[in-house]
Design a protein around this ligand. Structure first.
Ligand SMILES: [Zn+2]
Length: 254
């Protein structure tokens, strides 16, 4: 190599070196910019996570339309379209109800004893009440609800039957009663039978309320069910009866 060429060579190498350094520096800058861009993305996704959890919870709430219940064994437990029992909730003291009925059924001990008293009072008036359905498990309710949706469609089914977890029957504190005059069925006309009238006027004395009264659908979420008795204890039942409240209204004001 000539000296001239050598000079040019070193100059070229020098320039190449500068270009490489500049290129490296640029890459480093770009990389750092990308990284710092990633950081806020990360932050966004981090702050989005709790939101996602909320929305999952929101979805869960929408699906079951429910809040958790603090103490499902409480006699005054509220179970409706916005408060649900757990899938595995089993009342602690279920007993078989020793009363005439269309099938064998269970209630919690205190409610069963109170039901025996009201049946005895009815018998004393020469009326014949029959048990239809007391405690129902989450799984039984699931089948029942699915059956109702299949037969009547979602909207109608929601008016007359509860989604699993949202049925008072899972509390072991509710009993559907019927009479021979309505062919042992659960019909609105039960309310006009002698047995239905007796229930309406006297259930509170034994600690029961008509849980889904007439013209209270907007509050209870359910159509009139003159046959559905809910045990709440004598004092609360008396207050609800005298003030013509729904259970929801009673709990709000008490
Ligand atoms: Zn019922």
């Amino acid at each position: 190599m000539h000296i001239q060429n050598k000079k040019r060579f070193y100059l070229m190498m020098g320039l190449l070196g500068v270009v490489i350094i500049l290129l490296g520096f640029s890459i480093a800058m770009i990389w750092s910019a990308i990284s710092s861009n990633n950081a806020p993305v990360q932050t966004t996704s981090n702050t989005a996570n709790p939101a996602a959890a909320d929305s999952t919870q929101g979805n869960r709430t929408d699906t079951t339309a429910s809040q958790a219940i603090a103490d499902p064994t409480d006699t005054l437990v509220l179970v409706n379209k916005t408060t649900s029992l757990d899938e595995d909730y089993l009342p602690p003291d279920l007993v078989w109800v020793d009363l005439p009925g269309v099938r064998e059924t269970q209630l919690r001990k205190e409610a069963a004893a109170a039901l025996e008293d009201i049946f005895a009072a009815a018998t004393a008036k020469k009326l014949s009440l029959y048990c239809c359905s007391g405690y129902r498990s989450y799984q039984t309710q699931e089948e029942l609800y699915a059956e109702n949706v299949k037969n009547y469609g979602q909207k109608e089914a929601d008016l007359v039957s509860a989604k699993p977890g949202q049925s008072e029957h899972q509390t072991g504190l509710a009993m559907d009663v019927t009479a021979e005059s309505v062919n042992f069925d659960l019909l609105e006309s039960f309310g006009q039978t002698l047995e239905g009238e007796f229930i309406k006027n006297n259930a509170h004395q034994y600690g029961f309320i008509i849980r889904y009264p007439e013209d209270k659908t907007t509050i209870t979420g359910y159509a009139y069910e003159p046959w559905h008795l809910r045990y709440v204890g004598k004092d609360v039942a008396a207050e609800i009866y005298e003030k013509k409240l729904t259970f929801e209204e009673y709990l709000k004001t008490s």
